[in-house]
Design a binder for this molecule. Structure first.
Ligand code: F6R
Length: 236
């Protein structure tokens, strides 16, 4: 595992964009794994800038997002589909049918999660995964627990995650935050060829310190990234 430290959020976002752009240039039909949340907003803005400046072509790129809230319609202002459309997909030349986000509204969520895994496999697998990290060390919505499903599954959100997301995205209203989500599992994530994890701000210090301690524990799911051979932490 490598760690790169940046002087601020803007520099980290630019560095992440450089990695994504270089990957897409080297392989135009790159499969990207993508996060939502506050951390990748700067990265997505840089990618939109690069696209508008003619520096990158997303026409053959495929994307798979980590997770989606259960019960929020795709048009809901806090759905992760809407987030991705507004932050990235609506502003670049990606083929909409190449963008995949787990369904949080399917009648049979477990069946939809299995179909999502099949699509991911059929795509050839993720070339570059961009991750964020929760204050409690979660990646995707794989919350600290004694055990968890390996692949895409329905999951209950930790109290801490509900609180953090309420404050950041739901005007502080914990009741408004869905209590369950569909998330890729740790094994889904670990099958990516290359992983970069972005972390910004002091609230993540504890999770990053646990990863750096090199002790593997599902109490801090991000620590399992040590079992992958090509992970870079980008920290600001
Ligand atoms: C988002 C996701 C989460 C976030 C994490 C950090 O798709 O899977 O693991 O990456 O909660 O969120 P922010 O970036 O808002 O601090």
């Amino acid at each position: 595992m490598q760690k790169l430290t940046y002087k601020n959020y803007a520099a980290m976002s630019r560095a992440a964009a450089d990695i994504v752009v270089a990957t897409v240039k080297a392989k135009p039909n790159t499969v990207l794994g993508l996060p939502t949340g506050s951390t990748p907003i700067g990265l997505y803005a840089e990618l939109v800038k690069d696209y508008k400046a003619g520096k990158v072509d997303f026409s053959k790129v495929t994307t798979f997002n980590l997770d989606e809230y259960v019960g929020l319609d795709v048009k809901h202002e806090q759905s992760y589909r809407r987030f991705m459309q507004e932050q990235l997909f609506d502003h670049i030349n990606i083929n909409p049918s190449n963008t995949h986000i787990p369904s949080g509204t399917a009648k049979d969520l477990n069946k939809a999660a299995k179909e999502f895994e099949v699509k991911l496999k059929e795509s050839g697998g993720v070339d570059l995964f961009v991750l964020g990290i929760g204050t409690n060390g979660h990646i995707g919505f794989n919350e600290p627990a004694a055990g968890m499903p390996a692949y895409t599954h329905v999951v209950g959100l930790a109290e801490e995650t509900i609180k953090v997301n309420a404050d950041k995205f739901f005007g502080g209203d914990m009741e408004a935050v869905p209590k369950t989500a569909v998330s890729m599992g740790l094994a889904t994530i670990m099958q990516a060829k290359k992983i970069i994890l972005l972390s910004s701000g002091e609230s993540k210090n504890d999770a990053i310190a646990k990863i750096e301690s090199e002790i593997l524990t599902l109490d801090c799911p991000g620590t399992v990234l040590h079992m992958h051979r090509d992970v870079t932490l980008l920290v600001s």
